[in-house]
Design a protein around this ligand. Structure first.
Ligand code: T6T
Length: 333
């Protein structure tokens, strides 16, 4: 049996503990309320499944970290004159801590992004970069926190290696790409050229720019096949170039005779691979790119040093692995 005094003592301790717990939670509540929730903006460069996937990865990470993610309008075409007004509208909202986007031109996006940075908004470029992409040395384009994207040069080089093998290391090849001033595709073409250099019997007969319009890619490849009926291999450097390229080959009745290496694992290209209309797909990791942008942005605001370049890998789809369960995660769904 407890004495009255012991009982009183216990009650006192219990009340004191309650007061402490209440005090602590109140204090932390005030702290939480005082710590502003971070708000990031994801500004896609064009309406396509690759950018939807970046957004999906970003949203998942934002949910995990408790970051607010604003997603801007998707531009209807690949063009600085369409992208820049969207970026400016997002920046002038006044509530964005960090904005991440894929610059639609290495040069034309430097000044607009610098203006946004000068408004106090941190910038990360994903998929594409400004200038030469080296943000580690001081320059008028080194203000972004980081560039996060695929090693496009390496990917282009490896595509060349695969395509060379598929065509027996000889014959004419053609490249369908989008723009001459967009870092991603420019480096894919450079890497491809480097890759085929070591095969003297392979001749690159042309590089055409469709400005990211599939119909234009299709007509350019059709024209190339007419001008060079002995083309044996084509590299389509992104999803619209690739989709246009294989359609042109199908229409010319050359499926199988002309080997097609493509980039970006859309469901359309995966179906084309299954049915033998394309022979190779390089899949980037867009969801990971989006996730990393949010994660590093968050870490930056919590005092961590951000690496200037972050490079997720890529994956090759062939007819042999396209149906394997472990490959399915790389499809842009
Ligand atoms: O290939 C991607 C992206 O990496 C490139 O910069 C632009 O085209 C895509 O969005 C695919 O359409």
């Amino acid at each position: 049996m407890y004495s009255r005094c012991e009982k009183k003592m216990k009650k006192k301790i219990f009340v004191m503990m309650l007061v402490c717990i209440l005090g602590l939670s109140l204090a932390s509540g005030i702290l939480l309320a005082g710590e502003k929730k971070l708000k990031f903006a994801w500004c896609p460069t064009i309406t396509d499944p690759f950018y939807f996937m970046i957004g999906r990865g970003a949203q998942k990470k934002a949910n995990e970290l408790g970051v607010d993610l604003f997603v801007s309008e998707y531009p209807k075409a690949w063009a600085p004159e369409i992208q820049v007004p969207i970026l400016k509208a997002v920046a002038t909202r006044g509530d964005i801590d960090l904005l991440f986007t894929g610059p639609s031109s290495t040069e034309a996006l430097i000044a607009p992004l610098r203006e946004i940075y000068a408004m106090g908004i941190e910038v990360i470029t994903v998929d594409t970069y400004i200038g030469d992409g080296d943000y580690s040395k001081p320059s008028d384009y080194s203000f972004p926190l980081a560039y996060i994207g695929t090693d496009n040069f390496l990917g282009g080089k490896e595509v060349a290696e695969h395509l060379a093998k598929m065509i027996g290391y000889k014959g004419k090849v053609f490249v369908e790409t989008t723009n001459p001033d967009v870092s991603s595709v420019v480096n894919r073409v450079k890497g491809f050229k480097e890759g085929i250099k070591k095969y003297p019997d392979i001749e690159l007969v042309g590089v055409e720019y469709c400005l990211d319009v599939q119909e234009k890619a299709q007509s350019q490849v059709a024209a190339a096949l007419q001008a060079n009926p002995d083309i044996v291999g084509i590299f389509g450097t992104n999803l619209y170039s690739a989709q246009g390229a294989y359609q042109a080959v199908v229409n010319a009745g050359l499926t199988g005779a002309v080997k097609i290496a493509t980039w970006d694992a859309t469901e359309d290209l995966i179906a084309a691979l299954r049915s033998g209309k394309v022979d190779l797909i390089l899949a980037q990791k867009p969801a990971e790119i989006g996730s990393l942008a949010v994660e590093w942005g968050y870490k930056y605001f919590h005092g961590e040093k951000v690496p200037k370049k972050i490079v997720p890998g890529f994956f090759f789809f062939t007819k042999d692995n396209v149906d394997k369960p472990e490959s399915q995660q790389y499809i842009y769904k």
